[in-house]
Design a protein around this ligand. Structure first.
Ligand SMILES: *Cc1c(COP(=O)(O)O)cnc(C)c1O
Length: 361
């Protein structure tokens, strides 16, 4: 019988956060009682303007969208400001789609990518899908790393470096000096994943893309913009890469509903500001009230060290009360005492803190 490629058969399947439906069934709880704070989604929902745009676009879904998301790229260009042009912007089916295209462009069988861990597991998965080998760099106790930590692992097969900043699940960011040192000293594409940048008080690294020919920055509409279900993201890339990117990816990566929703979301500053403000307040509240060590966060979640307890038992205890958080023991290099809690609305956050207090004997 015909066989799939061995490199695919060996990949572990991506495990998403637990769904509301699964949890309700497993613990005999009403779905309405369940609070999902495990996937860093926007707890206040999408922008109303985005919902209207989706409804309006629905009547024309018999027509193909623009092959290269022209209107969305133009809106993103205005959003980024002067210096960028439309050939600096590519859109994809989620930022995962953009990441996959970048891997497809640079990774040949046996090539390597550097990945500081713990981090988002998709980098390793997508790399392996394309025959690449991950080289992991262990972050220090505060989840930082130096340029030298990476540079000393580079070989002539290193084609990509994946740096999430702010990082998932740790919430910290890379500083500009370290990033520049990496970009300037490596003959590889450095990909900075800014899925959580809207929540950060530090600026985006988008502008650096205009200075270097080996830096790309990815963004998503799934987190602050509240459009995870629409699957749309974008990359800010050096201009020379644009033509190759277009040749290496199937057309119509962004569907017409997603394109219109993203444009409307970008223009709804009020929804973004309300979201960011709510997250700031929630992070302060968690830092003051969670009865365990809470790591500083530039994102919309907090990493909590529940020592001396195990993350698996704490996650399970919260789940019984209808609260879903992320058990981080599945993240490579993370250890077994960390949970990640997405910041919710004030009343959601209070429920989490009460449940954690109740856990301590
Ligand atoms: C959630 C997340 C993404 C978003 O992926 P999409 O495909 O755009 O939904 C990307 N990177 C990181 C680190 C994330 O946590």
């Amino acid at each position: 019988m015909v066989k799939v490629k061995a490199q695919i058969a060996e990949i572990e399947q991506y495990t998403p956060g637990k769904t509301v439906e699964d949890t309700a069934r497993a613990y005999g709880l009403a779905q309405a009682r369940i609070l999902k704070l495990a996937s860093n989604e926007n707890p206040i929902g999408p922008s109303k303007a985005a919902i209207r745009a989706i409804l309006k676009a629905a009547g024309s879904v018999n027509i193909y969208p623009a092959a290269d998301a022209t209107n969305l790229r133009s809106a993103i260009r205005s959003h980024l400001g002067i210096g960028f042009d439309e050939e600096n912007i590519v859109c994809g089916n989620g930022s995962d789609g953009v990441l996959e295209a970048l891997v497809h462009l640079f990774i040949e069988e046996g090539d390597e990518a550097l990945i500081p861990i713990p981090t988002f597991s998709f980098y390793e998965l997508v790399l392996k899908m394309h025959g690449g080998n991950p080289v992991f760099i262990e972050r220090d106790r505060n989840f930082g790393f130096t340029a030298d930590d990476l540079l000393e692992k580079a070989t002539d097969r290193t084609k990509i470096v994946f740096i999430a900043s702010p990082n998932n699940p740790t919430g910290n960011s890379i500083d500009e000096e370290t990033l520049r040192e990496i970009v300037e000293n490596m003959d590889a594409l450095i990909v900075v994943d800014e899925a959580y940048i809207e929540f950060s008080s530090k600026p985006s690294f988008n502008e650096l893309v205009l200075e270097y020919d080996n830096l790309a920055v990815t963004h998503t509409f799934s987190k602050a913009y509240g459009l995870a279900g629409m699957r749309v993201g974008y990359g800010v890339i050096p201009r020379w890469l644009f033509g190759y990117y277009m040749r290496a990816t199937p057309p119509f990566a962004v569907n017409s509903l997603a394109e219109m929703a993203a444009i409307a979301a970008l223009e709804d500053h009020r929804h973004l500001d309300d979201t960011v403000k709510m997250i700031e307040d929630g992070i302060k509240y968690f830092e003051e009230s969670v009865p365990f060590k809470v790591f500083p966060s530039d994102a919309n979640f907090v990493l909590v060290d529940v020592s001396p307890f195990k993350s698996t038992e704490v996650t399970e205890a919260l789940m019984k009360q209808g609260i879903i958080v992320r058990d981080c023991s599945g993240f490579k290099g993370m250890g077994d005492s960390f949970i990640r809690i997405t910041v919710g609305r004030a009343e959601d956050n209070r429920r989490v803190v009460e449940a954690l207090n109740g856990y301590i004997p």
